[in-house]
Design a protein around this ligand. Structure first.
Ligand code: ATR
Length: 281
């Protein structure tokens, strides 16, 4: 009997900008796996999400990645969930099996993988500053704590959200207004806000000077070099961009659903950069 192609995809709203289909298609092509990974737009309500997931399971999907605004819906939908998904309160992966659905979070591994691949000797000593207190922030904090960080500061425009995360994860908070000072004294700075993304306001750090040797990471990948990463590069500091995190977060899903090798390498990066440039034109 002919083997059926493997089906997977990414659920979001909007979702057409997602680079995940390109990443998975490239890996499937390299591994000569017969499979399809497609972008699927689902309106922002739990009921719509659950109906779509039920339908995909009926069709025989192996699993899906989940992006905004559905990461909390994915955790709620999962019959079971990983410790990481429960800790972050969000899931970006749902795997479907005959025994039910399993919610997981590979954003955590994505950030850890990006740090380690950019700086193989990376270790979390000193002060880590997390800018932003949304869903991405929770995954980054979980990753930092998994890596052993115990001196994490969080700052966010809406103070209450920073306070909530600080209580939940045992962090220290700083006022959004004092982010310049915070940036200047941090050893690792991570932007988890949408500031600096094309079409969004820049991340205003009031002309802050980054400490020599401090590592700067930005979850934003359009543009590839955000003003924050530019600041780091010009100061001679190491930077980790959002594309590196994106590639690393995609690998667990590919391995789970397509069962092949998911290498994060220069070939993949070049293909993604080419696609981003094509879209910009
Ligand atoms: P995600 O799940 O990707 O983290 P989110 O939950 O919408 O998305 O969080 C977006 C983050 O960007 C939040 O920290 C948000 O700050 P608020 O909690 O104050 O909304 C931050 N952000 C978005 N626009 C911002 C702006 N113009 N100035 C400062 N922070 C902003």
């Amino acid at each position: 009997m002919l083997k059926k192609p493997i089906l997977a995809g990414v659920i979001g709203s909007p979702v057409s900008h997602s680079l995940s289909p390109l990443i998975h298609t490239l890996w499937a092509h390299r591994a000569q796996i017969d499979g399809y990974y497609m972008p699927i737009e689902v309106a922002a309500s739990y009921d719509e999400f659950a109906r779509a997931m039920d339908a995909l399971r009926t069709i025989g999907f192996a699993g899906v990645n989940v992006t905004l605004p559905h990461k909390e819906n994915a955790l709620r939908y999962g019959d079971k969930s990983s410790e990481l998904a429960s800790m972050t309160g969000a899931a970006n992966m749902l795997t479907f099996t005959d025994n039910g659905s399993y919610a997981d979070n590979s954003d955590v591994a994505g950030f850890q993988g990006a740090l380690k691949s950019t700086m193989p000797k990376f270790s979390v000593k000193g002060a880590c500053l997390v800018l932003g207190a949304g869903g991405a922030s929770r995954a980054i904090i979980t990753a930092l704590q998994n890596l052993g960080a115990d001196n994490i500061f969080i700052t966010n425009r809406t103070e209450e959200k920073a306070t909530q995360l600080a209580e939940r994860f045992g962090l220290k908070t700083l006022l959004w207004q004092s982010r310049k000072d915070a940036v200047e004294s941090a050893d690792l700075i991570i932007n988890t806000t949408s500031l600096g993304m094309s079409g969004q306001p820049p991340l205003d750090l009031g002309g802050a000077k980054i400490k020599p040797g401090a590592i700067v990471a930005d979850i934003v990948y359009t543009p590839l070099e955000t003003p924050l990463l530019k600041l780091a590069r010009e100061a001679g500091n190491p930077g980790v961009n959002g594309l590196t995190m994106l590639m690393h977060q995609a690998a667990p899903g590919f391995r789970a659903w397509f069962g092949g090798d998911a290498k994060v390498d220069e070939g993949l990066r070049t293909a993604l950069i080419g696609e981003l440039e094509r879209r910009r034109r």
